[in-house]
Design a binder for this molecule. Structure first.
Ligand code: HEC
Length: 159
C-alpha cells in the first residue's frame, strides 16, 4: 500500500530527527546575503541541499549498526572516537571538500573493518551525518563517487 510506505519513510525521517544533537549551527539563522550575483562556476556547498531526507533516513540505521558503538548513538563521540556532530566537527571539516570527508570514512571507517560497509551505504551514512548537523536536504541524493563529491565544499557557515 502506497500510503503505508510513505508513513514508514516519514517515521524513519522522524526517528533520524530524534537523534539530532543540539550543537547545530543552522539554528543561528544567519541571514542570506541578498542581491549578490551568482558567480559562474561557483562551487556547490553543504548548504545547497546535497542529499535527500529519504537518504538520511536510510543512513540512520546503518550509522547505528556500524558507527554508534564508538561515536555514540547521538554522534556525540566516545572515550576514543571524536564526535561527529556540532561545532567542533563542522569546523574541523570546513573549507575542504565533501569528497575528502567521504574518503576519510570510506578508507578508514568502521575502524575494525572499513570494507564491511559498502560505498553506497557510506554515502547514506554521510547523508545522515549532514542531516544531524542541520545542513538542508534537497532533491538529489549524495553520490557515492568521490570525484563528484570533490566538487562540493563543506562549509560550516552558509556562504
Ligand atoms: C571501533 C570504533 C569505531 C567505529 C566502529 C567507527 N569509528 Fe570513526 N573513528 C574512530 C576513532 C578512534 C577515530 C579517531 C582516530 C582515527 O581517525 O582513526 C574516528 C574518526 C572518525 C572520523 C573523523 C572525525 C574527525 O572529525 O576527524 C569520522 C568522519 C568517522 N570516524 C566516521 C565514522 C563512521 C561514519 C563510522 C561508521 C561507518 C565510524 N566512524 C565507525 C573509531 C570508530
Amino acid at each position: 500500500m502506497k500510503s503505508s510506505f510513505v508513513t514508514a519513510v516519514a517515521a524513519a525521517a522522524l526517528a533520524a530527527g530524534m537523534a539530532t544533537g543540539s550543537g547545530g549551527i543552522a539554528a543561528a539563522g544567519l541571514p542570506a546575503i541578498a542581491g549578490l550575483p551568482a558567480t559562474a562556476g561557483q562551487a556547490r556547498t553543504t548548504w545547497d541541499g546535497i542529499y535527500t531526507e529519504e537518504q538520511a533516513a536510510r543512513g540512520e540505521p546503518l550509522y547505528q549498526e556500524w558507527c554508534a558503538s564508538c561515536h555514540a548513538p547521538d554522534l556525540s563521540g566516545g572515550d576514543l572516537a571524536p564526535g561527529l556532530v556540532g561545532g567542533e566537527f563542522v569546523w574541523n571539516w570546513s573549507g575542504i571538500t565533501v569528497g575528502q570527508l567521504f574518503e576519510r570514512l570510506r578508507i578508514s571507517m568502521p575502524q575494525e573493518n572499513p570494507s564491511n560497509v559498502t560505498r553506497a551505504e557510506k554515502a547514506d551514512i554521510l547523508a545522515f551525518m549532514l542531516y544531524v548537523n542541520e545542513f538542508p536536504a534537497g532533491e538529489h541524493e549524495l553520490a557515492d563517487r568521490t570525484n563528484m563529491l570533490e566538487q562540493i565544499m563543506f562549509e560550516a557557515v552558509q556562504p
